[in-house]
Write a protein that binds this ligand. Structure first.
Ligand SMILES: Nc1ncnc2c1ncn2[C@@H]1O[C@H](COP(=O)(O)OP(=O)(O)O)[C@@H](O)[C@H]1O
Ligand SMILES: O=P(O)(O)OC[C@H]1O[C@](O)(COP(=O)(O)O)[C@@H](O)[C@@H]1O
Ligand SMILES: [Mg+2]
Length: 328
């Protein structure tokens, strides 16, 4: 039986990701189209606790589909992990008769939503929004494609300098525990090597790969280092390599937070729109404690418990192999 849902709130939480605005727009407009009163929560779970909840109409989400960041703002909120914080958040939703909460974020955000819904009578749906692509249940998360495009644009520029000066560049990219951005960026930019948190690569191995390129007259080399790599960040690794292999002038670039901003790619705008539309429709059909995600080219629903308990290895095997073969 379809539940009688009248009021739905939406929030963004954790790291912002390009495509979140396209998704907020889809959530708000799909809800309004179906006769639901829509609310936006400012600053993620912090806004639930601070009672920062605003009504939204179709025009509240005009002209945002192309914008990076999130018009609802986001936050990392420790207080929501406490019983007291959750109780205040629930009372603020109850005061407005809000029966459904749609959260756009990563694994931390989903854990919060799952715990909240286990404790209180609130329906929740999750939408995977993180540049890290580290969630089970969606082949791509919102923002991942744009972040890769941003990274390769930067690497293309660095390559000009690397090549002009016979330099070895170590470029550190984001992905807290995930090598997804690093691997795709490496393939798309034609990097000589990539270091991933999911794979052990010794300094000896890396040095022999670089030395072999130098011996076949490579004028420059680019190594992508994922920030989550166990052997340390790009500066550490560059220092260790230089001690053994001093053929090139060595430079380090940390791309940092520029990777999270910017106008979303068409892929992320469409993905955000599809996921937002699906999340509201699923909620209106009675689905709760689930996430919507892209699998193949279809939008599918996965239970949040399942999504959180299954840590999928998301690095494509052919891409892993290719990074060695195509960089000879
Ligand atoms: N165990 C938890 N219980 C309640 N809320 C949580 C829990 N884990 C994370 N959260 C909430 O989700 C927010 C976002 O999580 P975080 O890991 O920072 O980002 P992401 O959702 O992108 O992975 C946290 O700041 C916190 O408010
Ligand atoms: O902006 P902050 O708080 O320094 O967080 C940086 C982290 O956020 C991310 O960009 C995205 O992580 P989440 O999507 O899990 O929030 C990571 O790649 C990075 O390690
Ligand atoms: Mg996360």
């Amino acid at each position: 039986m379809k539940p009688n849902i009248k009021n739905i709130a939406v929030l963004t939480s954790g790291g912002d990701a390009p495509g979140m605005n396209a998704c907020i727009r889809a959530v708000v407009r799909t809800g309004i189209y179906n006769g639901i009163n829509m609310f936006g929560v400012l600053q993620g779970y912090q806004g639930l606790i601070n009672n920062n909840i605003i009504p939204m109409d179709a025009r509240s989400v005009s002209n945002i589909i192309h914008l990076g960041g999130t018009i609802l703002k986001t936050a990392r909120c420790l207080e929501f992990k406490t019983d007291e914080g959750m109780e205040i958040a629930y009372q603020n939703l109850k005061a407005r008769d809000i029966d459904g909460l749609i959260v756009i974020g990563g694994d931390g955000t989903f854990t919060g939503a799952r715990n909240f819904s286990n404790k209180y009578n609130i329906r929740v749906m999750g939408i995977p929004g993180t540049i890290d692509n580290d969630l089970y249940g969606s082949d791509f998360t919102l923002g991942y494609d744009t972040a890769i495009n941003t990274v390769i644009e930067a690497i293309d520029k660095i390559r000009d300098t690397a090549d002009s000066h016979d330099r070895l560049f170590f470029i550190e990219v984001m992905g807290r525990d995930s090598g997804c951005i690093a691997l795709r960026s490496a393939v798309a930019s034609g990097a000589e090597a990539v270091l991933l948190p999911e794979r052990h690569t010794s300094i000896d191995e890396l040095v022999s790969q670089l030395a072999s390129g130098a011996s076949t007259k490579k004028s420059s080399s680019i190594v992508i280092v994922s920030e989550g790599h166990k052997a340390g960040g790009a500066y550490d690794i560059a220092k260790q390599v230089k001690e053994q292999f001093n053929h090139y002038d060595t430079k380090v670039t940390i791309l940092g937070h520029l990777q999270r901003g910017g106008s979303p790619s068409s892929f992320d705008r469409i993905l955000g729109s599809r996921l937002g539309f699906a999340a509201v429709n699923e909620m209106l059909q009675g689905t709760s404690k689930a996430m919507v995600g892209l699998r193949g080219n279809e939008i599918k629903t996965t239970g949040i418990d399942e999504a959180l308990s299954r840590h999928s290895f998301k690095l494509e095997n052919d891409l892993l192999e290719m990074t060695k073969v195509l960089s000879i």
